[in-house]
Design a protein around this ligand. Structure first.
Ligand SMILES: *[C@@H]1O[C@H](CO)[C@@H](O)[C@H](O)[C@H]1NC(C)=O
Ligand SMILES: *[C@@H]1O[C@H](CO)[C@@H](O)[C@H](O)[C@H]1NC(C)=O
Ligand SMILES: *[C@@H]1O[C@H](CO)[C@@H](O)[C@H](O)[C@H]1NC(C)=O
Length: 429
């Protein structure tokens, strides 16, 4: 028998707000306008604790720059109490650019230039500083590293003609050096009051980056430091789309080519597979030495929309309703999605055999569950869930149990859609 146990998922508790249910536009990260000044001032006036952007000064002298040559940046909220020596590094996501024109376009957005990044961010979910929102990591040093290289922090080249910089790997390195200098090196000196711990996490393209950099992160910290990695919505599958093609593989091939990634990908993988395959986590996760947790929906809404049924693969638009709202899929479409779920479970087989790894694969139509408060942890569970014998298990509890070794073998794969009635499925307009 496989070492996974099935359970009735409690992915989102029904008493939480439904604010996260509806998202407008595509999830490519371009829909959000830049924070406007009036709104910003109102927030300050209402004393909301927003975390400011810090640029990494001097990173440019190491060639560590965003696509447009501007400095990379991060947001840091300091830890306190027993968490003062513990560090959560969360890598921002936001798709990829896969050809010169899409990379040049990114230079005019926050995904490719720190000129356009929000000056402050609301730290919620795994980044929250409140125990009732984030029971295990609230008092750690919490960092969100901004994503502005277009290739999951992994490129190292540049295009002279268009003056575009593909320096994700250098951004990763410069950021790690910066975090060491602002206190993460203290993770080396154990102290009587605060234990020494670190977690590398990330969502979407940042979840992929957390997979790509997990062992490197481990190597940068002393052996005495407890180090683990979490990938949220980073399990992008090399799947066949609704037209029989491979949309995501084509896109990844573009990313690998435009950023000249083959030399920067894991050689253990490129020794036996083509470079594009080595950007797919299914070919990487079982070789990661550091303990790793994969949090993903088996019906990841980004993958359904952009990998399985992107518009070019669906010229007649027959998937429009289904990919915007999973409850509107017809039976043959649902069957297609069930096959995708099976592929997901299969791809995790050897990863899940390792007792140090963790899994939370639920069946909600969603993408990125660690940063959004409702999907990470809400303090009130519904009556039904409190009575349940197997649960209640929220995402934050699963990740915490695994990180702190409170439970052996944290591996949860939910039953197929639509069995989980507590999901807040995303609806796209
Ligand atoms: C570049 O990629 C985008 C998708 O990211 C696509 O829409 C566009 O057609 C591509 N351009 C070229 C020149 O291939
Ligand atoms: C920040 O996020 C929390 C939790 O989702 C929310 O309650 C709060 O209103 C947000 N604050 C701002 C200023 O957006
Ligand atoms: C479901 O939608 C597909 C298009 O994806 C269509 O070809 C098929 O006929 C529909 N099936 C039913 C049972 O309505």
């Amino acid at each position: 028998m496989r070492s996974v146990w099935l359970w009735i998922a409690v992915a989102v508790c029904s008493l939480c707000s439904v604010a996260s249910m509806v998202r407008r536009g595509s999830s490519d990260g371009f829909e959000k306008p830049r924070e406007n000044k009036i709104l910003d001032n109102e927030l300050r006036a209402s004393k909301v604790s927003m975390v400011p952007l810090t640029l990494i000064h001097g990173a440019d002298s190491k060639g560590a720059v965003c696509l447009d040559g501007t400095l990379p940046g991060y947001h840091l909220d300091r830890g306190f109490g027993s968490g003062a020596n513990s560090w959560l590094i969360h890598l921002e996501g936001g798709g990829w650019c896969n050809n010169q024109s899409s990379c040049v376009f990114r230079k005019t957005t926050r995904r490719g230039s720190s000129k356009f990044m929000e000056e402050t961010l609301n730290f919620t979910g795994i980044l929250s500083n409140k125990p009732q929102e984030n029971p295990d990591f609230f008092n750690w040093n919490r960092i969100k590293l901004r994503y502005c290289d277009g290739a999951s922090f992994s490129g190292d080249s540049q295009d002279e003609g268009s003056q575009t910089f593909y320096r994700g790997k250098r951004i990763w390195q410069a950021a790690m050096e910066e975090f060491m200098s602002v206190g993460m090196q203290k993770a080396e000196q154990s102290n009587h009051f605060a234990s020494v711990q670190a977690l590398l996490s990330g969502c979407s393209a940042g979840g992929l980056a957390s997979i790509l950099h997990c062992d490197d992160f481990r190597e940068r910290l002393p052996l005495s430091t407890k180090v683990k990695c979490l990938s949220d919505a980073g399990m992008f599958l090399d799947a066949v789309d609704v037209s029989g093609g491979r949309s995501l593989r084509n896109m990844y091939q573009g990313v690998v080519t435009v950023q000249n990634l083959q030399k920067d990908l894991s050689s253990a993988c490129t020794n036996h597979l083509d470079p594009t395959s080595c950007f797919f986590p299914q070919n990487l996760v079982s070789d990661i030495k550091t303990p790793m947790f994969l949090l993903n929906s088996a019906y990841d809404s980004w993958q359904v929309r952009q990998s399985l049924a992107p518009s070019p693969a669906d010229p007649r638009g027959v998937w429009e309703h289904c990919k915007s709202d999973i409850s509107r899929c017809n039976s043959s479409q649902l069957q297609f999605l069930q096959e995708f779920r099976k592929e997901m479970v299969l791809a995790l087989n050897s990863f899940s055999a390792s007792p140090q790894n963790g899994l939370f694969i639920n069946s909600c139509f969603t993408h990125c569950q660690s940063e959004i408060q409702d999907t990470w942890f809400c303090s009130r569970l519904s009556q039904a869930k409190r009575k349940s014998k197997t649960g209640p298990q929220r995402v934050a509890e699963s990740v915490g149990d695994w990180y702190f070794d409170r439970t052996n073998n944290v591996k949860a794969i939910d039953c197929p859609y639509p069995c989980d009635k507590t999901c807040h499925h995303l609806i796209f307009q």
